[in-house]
Design a protein around this ligand. Sequence first.
Ligand SMILES: [Fe+2]
Length: 153
Amino acid sequence: MDELLKNLANVPESIRTAVRNQGGGHSNHSLFWQTLSAAGKGGAPKGDFAKAITEDLGGLDKVKEEAGKLGAGLFGSGWVWLVLDGGKNLTILTLPNQDSPLTEGHYPLFGIDVWEHAYYLKYKNVRADYLKAIWNVVNWDFISDRYAAAMKA
Ligand SMILES: [Fe+2]
């Protein structure tokens, strides 16, 4: 699926929208589940990933602030993404719906699902509270390892 999303323009037009939406949704959530941990058990960014968080994005507090701002400002449904861009720099961005960072030439490290289904049961319509609380359940070990593997590739 990730290969199809990377080359979405080459997918036959008759199935391109389905690959983009359903395939993107599968890919995004498959990563999402792996990047979450039990509350308070997610550790902290480590190794070269921790260094890059500071060098590329100004530190973890800035990441949380920027992700919160972008997530709150995202109209409708979509995701906030922490990605490696084409130059292997960390970047935070949003994409609508189930669009995959892979289609944009990025490598996703962590995505925050900001579809209403992700937070409505617990946070009602207060997306900002969800965007603050999500950091309590982020699996930084997994994301640090994913970063290290991507930098080696
Ligand atoms: Fe979702």
